[in-house]
Design a protein around this ligand. Sequence first.
Ligand code: IMP
Ligand code: MG
Length: 191
Amino acid sequence: MVTDMIKSNPAIEDVIEKVLISEEMINEAVERIAADIDRDYSEKNLLLLGILKGSVVFMGDLMKKIKSPLEIDFMKVSSYGAGTTSSGRINIILDLHRSDLSEKDIIIVEDIIDSGRTLSYLVEYLSLNGARSVKTCTLLDKPTRRTVEFVPDYVGYEIPDEFVVGYGLDYDEQYRALPYVGVLKREVYES
Ligand code: IMP
Ligand code: MG
């Protein structure tokens, strides 16, 4: 079904090698993670903290499925420049301005973990800023790409070392609105 959709849209067919995670698979992961979070957070003071911009689609779907009371907030960090390789430095572009972190049980929501630098930095940053607890949730994980040790608490799918786009994930700000996660053709970023 998803492949039919790609075939009928030549612009997308030109850049997507294959669909890696279909809409159905995404929905399954969202339901599973929401149930796990409900099991763990019913007695807590949950703050879902989305990392802009990649997490917005996942965040929107996930928050609708969680039954426990929650608040949402966002931070924006940069580690990637334009392209497919990380610059290795984390910059906070949009910070949290809240005085209630000591009462909050934070789950950071990410689209994907690659080197692990972004999330390990943010977990330490939020802990140092007094959050009551900090856990992490990601739709996708590329465990073979780590440069720092990092194990997320809630994971949708582990994927191989391929550059993917869609469902929030971008290449040069493009393709975030695709409803599935697809592998980007190498020629798109290697030309
Ligand atoms: P890390 O700090 O290296 O773990 O970087 C994680 C961030 O890199 C993610 O939030 C994404 O913005 C970006 N990223 C890593 N892999 C991909 C990919 O395959 N497609 C799109 N963005 C990616
Ligand atoms: Mg991101």
